[in-house]
Every structure is written in structure tokens, then in C-alpha cells.
Design a protein around this ligand. Sequence first.
Ligand SMILES: Cc1cc2nc3c(=O)[nH]c(=O)nc-3n(C[C@H](O)[C@H](O)[C@H](O)COP(=O)(O)OP(=O)(O)OC[C@H]3O[C@@H](n4cnc5c(N)ncnc54)[C@H](O)[C@@H]3O)c2cc1C
Length: 409
Amino acid sequence: MTFKPSATPVGPVSVHDVIVAGRGAIGCAAALGLAQAGLRVALAGPPVAAEPTPPDDWDARIYALSPASRALLERLRVWQALDADRVAAVRDMRIYPNAGPSAPELHFDAESAQTEALAFTLENRNLMQALDRGLGFAGVQVFGQRVVAVDPFADRIEVVLDDGARLSARLLVAADGAQSPVRGLLGMTADAFEYPQRAVVANFETAHLPSDCAYQWFGDHGILALLPLPGQRCSIVWSAPPALADELMALDPPALAARVSQVSQYALGELRATEPARCHRLHRVIAEHMAGPRAVLLGDAAHVVHPLAGQGMNLGLGDVGELLAVITAREPFRDLGERLLLRRYERARREPVLAMKWTTDGLQRLFDPEQQPGLPPLLQPLRAVRELGWQAVAATGWLRRRLIRHAVS
Ligand SMILES: Cc1cc2nc3c(=O)[nH]c(=O)nc-3n(C[C@H](O)[C@H](O)[C@H](O)COP(=O)(O)OP(=O)(O)OC[C@H]3O[C@@H](n4cnc5c(N)ncnc54)[C@H](O)[C@@H]3O)c2cc1C
């Protein structure tokens, strides 16, 4: 890796133990956990733009967080600060494949997995407000500017912000999102790929009573996921081929609601759109390394996966949990930015990140109708394997329970 040194003149330097770059949920959670562990933390980056919606409306950015993510947020005392009326538990999950006419639905439920819930849905706004309050209590020093240059030295690392301020610390945590300018400044490379799909996200009111079931339909339409929100509301992520995504975005809200109701087989009855839909390009980004010179990558800066399994934020919170574990368990003589320490973090995260990459990528390819005609002849039997595999999972309680345990941990 070749890193780009700063050409900015040296000014007064503000000294910390750790600098966290990026004020998304992952950067804020990392900064909070490190400050609660007794470290002097600087958090740098522009605040996450507030949703331009009245507070009674629902944020278009909804996450399904796993019980493991909830446990971490509880340890950080963030979960307790959420507006609980705007959090819903998912206790049931039904998945419908396009794996042949005889392929049954796949059903997971919290009770047979012996867990309170399979996931919890909440808004980005709710999460960010709780994190912000925690950062204030924990005494994290917040800087509203972007990191524009990085200088790693033998005994510390310095960053320059876009107003010229300089910060110095033993360790730099880059949680600055999928594009991660800091990853580039550190000379760390990533393998990036754009999926032939776009995600249309929107919230709806439902005709049926409140539900605790999440649904997913694989088909010629792409992948439609429907998540319950509190009350008679739900949220969708529709990963559609680009032409269909454009078509959906061109529909007026009632027409989009009618289309989603139809593809979701009226599982929650007729839907009514509550906020305008949004569209996201979908990427897979995997950094070659998660540890660099006195620096680590966390969250989307390290890995971006397809949202079909709703796991990006969960994976990032897993990074936060592991970094906190490695740092708090370090030997008293160990420097925070020491390569050996950072390698422990990198090694521990390698397997979960690669497993999630292969799972989401594999499902996206296997069930993407656009890719089927292009499958080389040797891979054609995959269609049969897909159908057989699906039937096996649907029929085998033991296998299903193992899959759930993997998803909730
Ligand atoms: C459609 C869709 C649905 C999803 N649903 C789910 C779900 O249900 N469950 C789930 O777990 N995940 C989900 N995800 C994934 C999840 O949204 C991301 O993984 C998560 O938001 C990443 O958070 P982050 O803090 O790493 O990055 P970001 O939220 O991108 O934050 C990065 C921050 O860094 C800042 N920044 C950029 N450059 C700099 C710089 N130079 N200096 C300082 N700061 C900088 C940015 O302004 C930004 O505030 C979904 C994703 C998509 C696209």
C-alpha cells in the first residue's frame, strides 16, 4: 500500500488517543464504545443530514438489526435511549423463492430458534439521536469537518481536517462509508463491483393489523423484502433490475403502493404510500485489508454487501464489537496503534465478512433471473441444486434452526 502524505502546513495539533473518521452509525458507535473504555476520542466528519420530513413521518432509512447488534447497543447504553415506540420486533420470517413450481416457502420463527426476536426494525434517525446523546455523555470531542489528509508516523498518526485543523492520536478508525476517502488516503485498496440491480426503498401504511412478520419474494421482479414497522406500517427494499427500478421510481405513490401490494401477494393487504420512495445503487466493496498503518477500517469503509439479507449495519456493528474487545483486552504495555493488535482485529473479522459476502453474492446470483440465461452450461445444474437445496432447507427443521442461529448471532 502507498499512502498519500499531507501537503498542509503544520499548525497547532489537538492530541487524542483515537481519532474516528465518519459520523454515520458505525463511526458514532465506535467512538462511543472507545470513550466508554476510558480513551480520549475525537470524532471527525460532517453530521448525518437530517431527513427532510416532519418528526411524525417515518425515516426512509430503516434497518433490521440482529439480536447481536441489539446486545452491543445495550452494552453501549444506546438501545435504552431509543424511542421504543418506533422499534418493532420481527418474530416471523417467510421467504418465497423463484426456485421452481414445487419449491415451498421457507419459514423461520423466533420461538423455534429460542430467541425473543429474529430482528428489530428501527429508523436511522432514532438510532442516530440515541448515539448522539451517548456521545455527549461520554465526552467525545466532535469535529464537524472531513478528514482530507493523513500522516502516519512511527509513534502516532495525524489527520488534517478540511478547515486546516490537525488532530493526532495513536490510532485512526476509518468509518467514513463505502467511498471511504480515508481508506484511499491510507493507500488501502478495495475490490468494488456494482450489482445489476437498484434498491427502491419506501414506507407504507398497511390495511392489515400490526404484524411481526418479515417477508421476502425472489422472482422476475428481483428481490422484494417487506419489513414490519410499529403500528400498521411496513417498509420495503425492492432490489430490482435497473429498468424496473426506473419504472417503479416513475410511478406516483398510489400506483407504487398498488404494484408493491400485488407483488407482495397482499400479505399485508392493500398498501398506502406514506413518503416518497428513494432509489440506491447497489455495490459490493471489500477492502483488501481491514488494518493499515496505525489505522483500521470499520463498517461500509471495510465492506459493503448486497442488502438482500439486511446485514450491512449488523456487520459494521460486529466490527465495532470486535475492535472494542481487542482494545479493552490488550496487554497494558501495548500501544493502541501497534500492528500486532490491529492484526488481531483484522483476523477476527475476516471470516464473518467473507461469509456474508459469499452468502449475499451467492443468493443474488442464484436467484437473479437476469443471470440465469448467462449461466455457463457447466453451471446449469445449479438450477436443479437451487430447487433441491431450497426444498431441503424448507423441510429440515434442524437445518432451518442452524440458519436462524447464524442470522441472529
Ligand atoms: C437499501 C439498503 C437497505 C439496507 N438495509 C439494511 C438493514 O436492514 N440492516 C442492516 O444491517 N444494514 C442495512 N443496510 C446497510 C447499511 O445501511 C450500511 O451498512 C450502514 O449504513 C453503514 O454505516 P457506516 O456508518 O459504515 O457508513 P455511512 O452511513 O455511509 O457513514 C459514513 C459517514 O462518513 C462520512 N464521511 C465521508 N467522507 C468523510 C471524510 N473524508 N471524513 C470524515 N467523514 C467522512 C459521511 O458523511 C457519513 O456520514 C442497507 C443498505 C441499503 C443500501
